[in-house]
Design a protein. Structure first.
Length: 169
């Protein structure tokens, strides 16, 4: 399958189920007006750094970690409702492929999505795949640097992001 296609669809088997804790957290985050933070969830070191950075950003006031699984596959969930109703959503992608950014960008209004390409910031590990190829302390250090960069970028967007985090416009 080397043929490049411009767009494609992916069928997802429907479910009536919902994640019990996702329902609680989604409702809490919607009520609080928190901004969902998503990340690359790829198996490589670049995805891991983006994921670790997103976890750190989501600890900041007004931001919380979103679940891409529920957003993509359980559209009737509170987690999906929170993301779709949020003023903004943050995506920290692991590389130039922008996998999550491209998918989430098709679910939200374009002006709601704020994307960060972590690899463009730290510019390392393009020749590595395995997470363990980079020592844990170094992974965490790079993820902290990416998180600081994202937080600084969000602060530059104030008051737009502050309003999104509180649900004001």
């Amino acid at each position: 399958m080397n043929k490049i296609v411009s767009n494609f669809t992916l069928d997802v088997e429907a479910t009536k189920g919902k994640c019990p804790i996702g329902e609680i957290v989604g409702k809490q985050n919607l009520a609080a007006g928190a901004v969902p933070v998503f990340s690359c969830e790829g198996a490589c070191i670049r995805g891991e750094i983006a994921r670790l950075a997103a976890n750190l950003v989501a600890k900041e006031d007004g931001y919380r970690r979103g679940c891409h699984g529920e957003l993509f596959t359980v559209p009737h969930s509170a987690m999906a409702e929170w993301t779709l109703k949020a003023g903004k959503a943050i995506v920290i992608d692991g590389c130039f492929l922008r996998c999550h950014g491209r998918i989430i960008g098709n679910l939200l209004d374009k002006d709601k999505l704020v994307e960060f390409d972590a690899l463009k910031h730290y510019q390392r590990y393009s020749d590595l795949f395995d997470i363990d190829a980079v020592p844990e302390t170094e992974r965490k250090q790079v993820a902290n640097d990416v998180a600081d960069w994202v937080i600084a970028g969000l602060k530059e967007m104030e008051p737009e992001m502050a309003n999104a985090a509180t649900g004001r416009t």
